[in-house]
Write a protein that binds this ligand. Structure first.
Ligand code: ATP
Ligand code: MG
Length: 551
């Protein structure tokens, strides 16, 4: 380990100790999504930790769906989750479901009943939570707590057989109603729920609670390190208690801080609400923090992994700057994305000394970093579009783009000079008459340089495309700080999507790189699935530049 210059994180330390002491032979982690929504950026962090640790130590990772709540779960989510994990580049060892273990869990429940460790309670949900007491005051025993094992067994079997209505009875562990840890005040083990389960159908009408499920599932699979987010640390003693009580394989739970990002919400419940209320165009709306959303936005799996690597694993909750994620996306795309020229807000340029009808094709590099120097062909003609913002009539001294009587280089091609500004009746600039200097063709003799270089598109060869310019979905940096009298939806950014049309060089429409491309001097964009034969649509992934620098 001497050559391991990077400091180990606390999970790596635990795993290395466990391997060294022989406590575990090999590492087996699991990723346990509840199939009640799509995976989001927070899950990406959990995936990188669970799969990353297993990979690092030659171990494996199971994908286990935590599907104990039939009312909210769906196979649509099951399939989407698998797709997202594969997209991130992770391969699970086994695909498993908590529901695979319903028979075993039920058997353990009967065993606990027979051992006097569980009882059927007839109290209402309200009575139960009232009876639990508070942190400062002990709870009170349920009047049904002292039923005999035989009576409990009979009632539990009747619950399973569908004899009772939802909420009429529950099964509870019999531990200690005065326990200082509220979790131990006779926690619920089973509840009645008449809902079709996405895998077990109508076989069950009782379903195990999270605490009675998770640890046992880990144990059945011999998970060595069950890694979850910090809010589960209060559940850990109970996790251990069930494993000890049942005398089964001792899996252990470890907690890390969940990922929170500025301007972002990651609760599946709220994301579902945005989808259901039509406030976004679906789970894969490019503004959503879901993995399918950011994928459609043009974020790459490589960028997400780079981000997760950078934020590391910590034991303290923190709010990460979304700009770091955007920085990672830029880093990755800068190295790989192909370049094209696109003009968004055009102003027409006429080259008055250009030979009538001439088209000159320039070989322009697809990516300056590519060693092979693959090129696209870009047509230059006597009439072009440039960005309105690249021209200024009353330009300050330091404005190095186009101005009256000024010169600028049209990227990859000639230097042009602005000779005349043409305006409409309202004084808006409609056209610029320019001349080009044939001697400034790159590679043709001596190089003359000017300070500014701007992008351009031939008007006759340019293709009109639609841009969906995306911005942050929310306007509040820390979405956990929404005031009491407000709703998170009050902070939706009304300008999170601005649709525009633009002119693109023709090669863009032939691009088959399947990742985002760079619109030179503006930003990264990716072709959207809503594109049709008539209209090609590009989603803005991220702007080209930002003053942000990671620490
Ligand atoms: P949400 O609160 O968004 O609904 P969840 O925790 O209910 O998420 P699960 O499907 O239960 O979602 O999560 C699967 C795994 O991903 C769990 O181990 C959970 O701890 C982890 N996870 C969920 N959200 C985050 C997050 N923001 N950062 C890191 N890990 C997360
Ligand atoms: Mg959950």
């Amino acid at each position: 380990m001497e050559d391991n210059v990077k400091k180990l994180n606390f999970l790596e330390e635990i795993i290395e100790d466990d391997l060294k002491s022989g406590k575990v032979e090999s590492v087996l982690t699991r990723f346990p999504p509840e199939p009640n929504g799509y995976l989001h950026l927070g899950h990406a962090k959990s995936l990188c930790i669970n799969f990353g640790l297993a990979q690092k130590y030659g171990g494996k990772t199971n994908l286990r769906y935590d599907d104990t709540n039939p009312a909210k779960e769906d196979t649509e989510y099951v399939d989407a989750i698998k797709e997202d994990i594969k997209w991130l580049g992770f391969q699970w060892e086994k695909e498993l479901y908590a529901s695979d273990y319903f028979d075993q869990l039920y058997e353990w429940a009967e065993q606990m009943i027979l051992n006097g460790q569980a009882y059927v309670d007839d109290q209402t949900q309200e009575e139960i939570s009232k009876g639990r007491g508070t942190v400062d005051a002990p709870g009170v025993n349920s009047p049904w707590r002292d039923r005999t094992p035989q009576e409990n067994l009979k009632l539990f079997r009747e619950m399973k057989a569908g004899k009772y209505a939802e909420g009429e009875k529950v099964l509870r562990a019999k531990i200690d109603m005065a326990h200082p840890n509220m979790m131990f005040r006779d926690p619920l083990l089973y509840r009645i729920k008449y809902a079709s389960h996405h895998r077990t159908g109508d076989k069950w009408c009782i379903y195990p609670m999270y605490d009675f499920t998770h640890g046992q599932c880990d144990s059945i699979e011999h998970i060595t390190h069950s890694i979850c987010t910090l809010e589960f640390d209060v559940h850990r003693p109970l996790y251990d208690w069930f494993i000890q009580t049942l005398g089964i394989y001792p899996s252990h739970q470890y907690e890390f801080a969940r990922l929170n990002l500025t301007y972002t919400l990651m609760s599946k419940r709220k994301l579902l609400e945005l989808v259901q209320k039509g406030l976004v165009a679906g789970w894969d709306d490019p503004r959503m923090p879901t993995l399918c959303g950011v994928r459609r936005r043009g974020y790459t799996a490589e960028a997400l992994k780079m981000f997760c690597e950078k934020i590391g694993v910590s034991k303290r909750d923190q709010l990460m700057d979304i700009q770091l994620l955007e920085w990672c996306v830029r880093q990755d795309l800068n190295a790989r994305a192909r370049r094209y020229m696109v003009v968004q807000d055009p102003i027409k340029v006429k080259i008055t000394n250009w030979p009538e009808g001439l088209v000159e094709w320039f070989d322009c590099p697809l990516n300056p970093a590519e060693p092979e120097g693959a090129c696209r062909k870009v047509p230059f003609t006597g009439e072009l579009y440039i960005e309105r913002a690249d021209f200024m009539e009353d330009a300050p001294h330091k404005f190095f783009r186009l101005k009256p009587d000024g010169e600028v280089r049209l990227k990859y091609t000639y230097i042009i000079k602005c000779e005349k500004v043409i305006k409409d009746a309202d004084g808006n600039v409609t056209e610029l008459e320019c001349t080009y200097d044939p001697s400034t063709k790159p590679g043709a003799g001596e190089w003359r340089s000017v300070k500014g270089t701007i992008h351009w598109v031939s008007t006759s060869f340019g293709k009109e495309i639609e841009l969906r310019n995306y911005d942050r979905l929310f306007t509040l940096a820390d979405m956990s700080q929404v005031p009491e009298d407000k709703d998170y939806k009050d902070y939706l950014n009304p300008e999170s999507l601005v649709v525009a049309s633009a002119w693109a060089e023709p090669a863009l429409l032939e691009d088959d790189s399947n990742i985002a491309v760079q619109f030179e001097r503006t930003g990264y964009y990716i072709k959207d699935k809503d594109s049709t034969k008539e209209k090609t649509i590009f989603n803005k992934t991220v702007s080209l530049k930002d003053s942000y620098k990671p620490e």
